[in-house]
Design a protein. Sequence first.
Length: 263
Amino acid sequence: MRAARCVCIRQTRGMPKERVSDYGDAHASVYDRIYGDRFVPESAVTALATAAGADGRLLELGIGTGRLAIPLNDRGIRVEGIEASTAMIERLRSQVGGELIPVHQVDLADFELPNKGFDVAVCAVSTLFMLPGRLSQQSCMAATARHLRDRGLMFIEAFRPDPSRFDDDGNRVESRSDPYGTHVVRSHHDAVNRTIHITHELSDGPDVASFHVTLHYASCDELDQMAALAGLSLRERWHDWSGRPAGEDSSDPVSVYGTVHPK
């Protein structure tokens, strides 16, 4: 089977490419080590494949190393991805099956692809919150809506902030299991600016490498408001990818939006 092309399209509005690619360029070599199997359950692949349908088309926003895209492609879903980082795309291409998936190297905050009409779009693992604020997040949702077919669906997996996880100064330190060495996660919650600054510290010995990311979070109500402005309406909100309805205890709910008007 012929390898897929990396489709490079002119950047539209949003941040300059050198900024939108920073996260992926810095994290590509350690992304799978940092996250492991934490955020890609088999239930996510099953739910998305079911929603797309046989031979359906799916657009992944922030395709990364292909932890969702590759198993979806293996199930016969026609997956395409958006990814700003050249290093992350190269990492995807190094995975078995990753060379088969078309990737559009554009700004997630605002994009225009040559072919629209996707059955499903997905923005998983709080990727939407990596965009710097409501205007960029709203723009991303509007761009996604433009690329969905009539009755198409957009899935957004995004955490609900829990201030009780942080100390009085807004800090939290967590040690995670790591097969290669140590993995310490330091987080700071800025309640005023509604951000969480996260640093992953990885070591294989005496040296420590630090990897940073800032998440600009939104409430479920705010996500619904942005979706409405983009021409999407909430169809369901799940506790997780199992499809169980979300409740107050849902820390990482999955919101399912659908197009409002026929196109």
